[in-house]
Design a protein around this ligand. Sequence first.
Ligand code: HEC
Length: 159
Amino acid sequence: MNKTFFSSLCLAVAVLTPFNMAYAETKPEHGEYRDWRLLGVSLRHDKNSIRAIVGNHVAINAARAGKIKPWPDGSIIAKIKWGERKHPNWEQATVPGEFTAAEAMVKDSKKYAETGGWGFGIWEGKTLKMLDQEKSAPCFACHLPMKDSDYVYTLPNLQ
Ligand code: HEC
């Protein structure tokens, strides 16, 4: 390692450390979805919110094979939500701000037959808590217009 490279490295560490430490203090606990692959992204301007939509391997394989009408049993789709903010070093770039929530749709056509074969849930830290039928009703109601796409809004963008 030459001297100039080493001093640049030290400088980089010095510059980056306070940011990383500040981030660590507010870092949320994420569920297993953090290892899943991307299906799509969305922006809700009315809610100033950025979302990543990811899928477990069953969902990803189905999306890549174009077999999502219906999505197969075992598919789990997660929607991870952050507030939006300008990048501190490049204000033309909008990037995720504070993490707000992660929601799930779990496909099991028998267990969740009453709600189109989908169970609706919310991650509490690392644990996915499935909502009971009463609490799932408003979720399902809002996903009903997507009946022809098996109640899923996201159009897989990375197949
Ligand atoms: C007011 C309408 C509305 C309600 C209520 C609602 N959703 Fe959605 N949901 C959407 C829309 C629109 C999208 C796609 C755009 C986006 O990313 O927000 C979506 C996307 C999703 C996705 C990604 C898969 C997909 O369909 O694109 C999941 C997972 C999800 N919602 C879970 C839930 C859960 C769980 C609940 C209840 C706790 C819920 N939703 C309630 C409107 C709604």
